[in-house]
Design a binder for this molecule. Structure first.
Ligand code: ADP
Length: 364
C-alpha cells in the first residue's frame, strides 16, 4: 500500500469543521506538529484553552477522518493549547495555566480489555538501565509462564525493539488494530514506531500521552497477565499524565547506587505517591562490577546505598544487578540475558525480582 502523505491527511481534515467558527480546521490553521511515520499519523489541534473541554467531539472527528484513510495504521490526535514551535523541553513540574485536554479526560483511567495488570518501570534519570531491567523483567515473567507484553513508552530513546532483536515494523490486523511484534515469547510495541524521537522532544505531555494511549488501546495485545511499561526517564508532567491515565498495578523504580541517581529515585517515588500508584520496590542496577575474566566482585559505587535508601523510604528492595559487560552485550545485541542464558546468575537475579514483583500484584 502506498505511503500516506501529509497532503492526503490535510485534504481529509478539510472536511472537519470547527463547530464554533464554521470553517474547516485546516484553513483555520489549527493543525500543528503533523507527523507521519510508516502509516502512523499524529498531530495536534491547537485550540484556545477555555474551549478544550468541549472540543473532544472535534478531536474525535479529526481522528476518525484520518484513521479511515487507506494506508493509515494509527491516528493520534490531541487538543493542544500551545504551538510546538514555541515549546521548550518538558519542564520538571506541570505548567501553570489551564490544561489543553479536558481535566475530566486526563484523570479518567483508561479501560484495558484483556490486560490484567500494567506495571511501570521508571527511573529518575536516563542511562541507569531502566530499559534493560524492563526487558529482562518481562522475559523473567514469561519464563514463569505468564503472558507478557512490553510497551516501550520511552519517547526520548525508544530501545526495546532493538533489545528484543525486533527489526520488523508493526502491521495492521484484519480488525484494524496494530499487530504487536513478538520475540522470545513476549509481545512488544514501541512508541518509536509511531513518532520520530526529535518530535517527541518538542511535544508537550498531551501529545506523548495520546500516542501512548494509542499503543495500549489500538494494539491487539490479546489476553495478557501483565503489560510491562517502560516509561521515559524522569518525573515530569508526561509521567504524571501517563501514571494518571493508565491503571497501573504498580511501579518498579530502577536506580544505580550513586547518590545522585538515588536522589532521582526518591523523586520517582514521590511522583507515584502523588498519583496513588503503589511503588512495588527498587531495583539497584550496576550495583557492583563483576569482572568478566576472574568473576571478582568490585564495589565501584557505594554498594548497598539503594537497599538502605529503599528501607529509609519505606520501599521494598527488589534486588541488585551487577555492572557486567555480558548484560550490556546481550541486551544491545537483541538477546537479553534472561532469554540467551537462562542458567546464568544474572538470570536468576531477574527471576527473583520478577517473583517478588508478581507476589505483590497477585498475592495468591
Ligand atoms: P535507560 O533505559 O535507563 O536509559 P538502558 O537500559 O538503555 O538505560 O541502559 C543503558 C546502557 O547501559 C545500555 O547500553 C545497557 O546495555 C547498559 N546496561 C544496563 N544495565 C547494565 C548492567 N547491569 N551491566 C552492564 N551494562 C548495563
Amino acid at each position: 500500500m502506498a505511503e500516506i502523505t501529509a497532503e492526503q491527511v490535510l485534504a481529509a481534515l478539510k472536511n472537519v469543521n470547527d463547530p464554533d467558527k464554521g470553517e474547516n480546521i485546516v484553513d483555520l490553521d489549527m493543525i500543528v506538529g503533523l507527523q507521519l511515520k510508516d502509516g502512523h499519523v499524529a498531530f495536534g489541534i491547537e485550540v484556545e484553552p477555555e474551549r478544550g473541554a468541549k472540543l473532544e467531539p472535534l478531536r474525535k472527528a479529526a481522528e476518525m477522518a484520518v484513521h479511515d484513510l487507506p494506508g493509515v495504521l494509527t491516528a493520534t490526535v490531541v487538543l493542544t493549547a500551545e504551538r510546538p514551535a514555541d515549546a521548550e523541553p518538558e519542564p520538571e513540574q506541570p505548567r501553570g495555566g489551564p490544561p489543553p485536554v479536558p481535566e475530566q479526560a486526563a484523570f479518567q483511567k483508561m479501560d484495558l480489555l484483556g490486560i490484567d495488570n500494567v506495571i511501570a518501570v521508571a527511573s529518575g534519570k536516563g542511562g541507569v538501565g531502566k530499559s534493560t531491567t524492563a526487558v529482562n523483567l518481562a522475559l523473567a515473567m514469561a519464563t514463569e509462564g505468564k503472558r507478557v507484553g512490553l510497551l516501550d513508552a520511552d519517547i526520548y530513546g525508544p530501545s526495546i525493539p532493538r533489545m528484543l532483536g525486533i527489526t520488523e515494523k508493526p502491521t495492521q490486523t484484519a480488525a484494524g488494530l496494530i499487530a504487536p511484534l513478538e520475540n522470545y515469547g513476549i509481545k512488544c510495541m514501541s512508541i518509536g514506531f509511531l513518532i520520530e524521537e526529535e518530535t517527541a522532544m518538542i511535544w508537550r505531555g498531551p501529545m506523548a500521552t495520546g500516542a501512548l494511549e494509542q499503543l495500549i488501546t489500538d494494539v491487539a495485545w490479546g489476553e495478557l497477565d501483565c503489560l510491562v511499561l517502560d516509561l521515559p526517564p524522569g518525573t515530569g508532567d508526561i509521567h504524571l499524565t501517563m501514571a494518571q491515565r493508565v491503571p497501573l498495578a504498580g511501579a518498579v523504580i530502577v536506580s544505580t547506587p550513586q547518590d545522585i541517581a538515588l536522589a532521582d529515585a526518591r523523586k520517582g517515588l514521590n511522583m507515584f505517591e502523588k498519583v496513588d500508584v503503589p511503588v512495588l520496590g527498587l531495583v539497584e542496577n550496576m550495583s557492583y562490577f563483576s569482572c568478566p575474566h576472574c568473576g571478582e566482585r568490585t564495589e565501584i559505587f557505594s554498594h548497598g546505598g539503594a537497599r538502605k535508601e529503599a528501607e529509609k523510604l519505606g520501599m521494598d528492595f527488589l534486588g541488585e544487578i551487577p555492572l557486567d559487560i555480558v548484560i550490556r552485550e546481550t541486551s544491545d545485541d537483541g538477546q537479553p540475558i534472561v532469554a540467551s542464558d537462562p542458567s546464568s546468575e544474572h538470570t536468576a537475579a531477574y527471576l527473583n525480582i520478577a517473583a517478588k514483583v508478581w507476589s505483590k500484584i497477585d498475592p495468591n
